[in-house]
Write a protein that binds this ligand. Structure first.
Ligand SMILES: [Zn+2]
Length: 367
């Protein structure tokens, strides 16, 4: 049924820079997570993957707590072609600095880097987590985090806002998932942009990658200005299919954009474990072919997209070089002692007690 070409022909060391681990166990196929993304990596012709843990929030699934950092650390320990970011955790919500004594941002940053994480993932700009944490991104609360990361040159993959229609079109699904932000209780689409602008004004050297093109596919001129101003800023092009449909509408403009900013754009899929392999292959294939060929493809939301065929040098940067350079060329090693200390310090925050026991078993076996 599928008409995939071999993914990433002519790209040296392709890397998927945006992947999640949602569970410890794939109940459908009866496999645990230990090597759960290796088939995906190999089948898609990827040399490396980079995991983005989601350890904050109190929503379902319950593994959205410190255990999500720990799973990614174990995965990295056991699979050599794996990078992983680490994420900040909060003892309770709304978050405030007082409650974070002993686990302030600087300490958490140090702990995560000591463990061997390759950067930091922040979901704190996604509106539903944003409202839970309940502190503006440009507030005093986050200031120590950004200072520390700027000082250390830490690579940060950050999700800020969502597609603009989440503010304007309250579909049933969006209301159910709490993904409708137009009820007045969230900052506006533009206000999120301004908060990030303020963070960058204060921390112009921040090594920040804004996920999903910063949802700027309808206002790329604004994004271009930001990229022109802040030399370390990058964006990833992890779908949201809506952004590819927007790219297609201004194909000439975006061809030029992708070539001009080729060293500021990073590939990712948002793939996760448990893996739905067809989706993973489809994503790698469609994103690659959209950028690399001028073929017409059935693509996101059943839109027929025509590839924009950017030059080979730009492709190599987007699918590999940019992120590898940011992350130091190869995955950092996991420091087992540091990981042990981290688990001991934070395991009381793991909500699923079976999972906590499983982590103890893993620690005894591998650390
Ligand atoms: Zn994601």
């Amino acid at each position: 049924m599928a008409d995939y070409i071999k993914p990433f022909p002519n790209i040296k060391n392709p890397i998927d820079g945006h992947i999640h681990m949602h569970r410890w166990y794939d109940t459908e196929n009866n496999i645990d997570f230990l090597h759960g993304l290796e088939d995906y990596r190999r089948e898609c012709g990827l040399k490396y993957i980079a995991l983005a843990p989601l350890p904050s929030g109190n929503a379902i699934p319950v593994s959205r707590d410190v255990s999500n950092n720990i799973i990614c650390a174990f995965y990295k320990l056991l699979n050599e072609n794996t990078f992983s970011y680490g994420g900040y955790i909060y003892p309770s919500y709304p978050a405030n600095a007082e409650k974070m004594q002993g686990m302030d941002f600087a300490s958490q940053h140090r702990e995560l880097i000591e463990i061997g994480f390759d950067g930091i993932k922040m979901l704190e700009g996604k509106p539903n987590l944003y409202s839970l944490v309940d502190n503006p991104l440009d507030s005093e609360f986050f200031e120590p985090a950004f200072s520390e990361m700027e000082k250390n040159g830490t690579y940060i993959l950050m999700h800020v806002r969502d597609p603009e229609c989440f503010w304007t079109e309250p579909t049933e699904e969006r209301i159910r998932k709490k993904w409708y932000y137009g009820d007045g209780s969230y900052p506006s689409f533009d206000q999120f942009f301004e908060q990030i602008e303020n963070v960058l004004k204060k921390h112009p050297q921040l090594n920040l990658c804004l996920a999903h093109f910063f949802f700027c596919s309808r206002e790329p001129e604004k994004l271009a200005k930001l990229l022109d101003t802040y030399p370390n800023l990058t964006v990833d092009i992890t779908p949201g299919g809506e952004m590819y449909i927007d790219f297609d509408k201004r194909a000439e403009y975006f061809k030029e954009f992708f070539e001009k900013y080729a060293d500021r754009i990073i590939f990712g899929t948002d793939m996760d474990f448990p893996v739905y392999m067809e989706a993973g292959k489809w994503l790698c294939d469609r994103v690659y072919r959209f950028l690399a060929t001028d073929e017409e493809l059935m693509s996101f939301d059943d839109h027929r997209l025509k590839g924009i065929r950017i030059e080979q040098g730009a492709l190599q940067k987007i699918f590999s070089d940019n992120l590898l350079e940011k992350l130091g060329g190869k995955p950092r090693e996991i420091n087992k002692e540091a990981l042990k200390r981290y688990i001991e310090k934070y395991k009381h925050l793991i909500r699923d007690k079976d999972l906590a026991r499983f982590i103890d078993e893993l620690s005894q076996k591998y650390l």
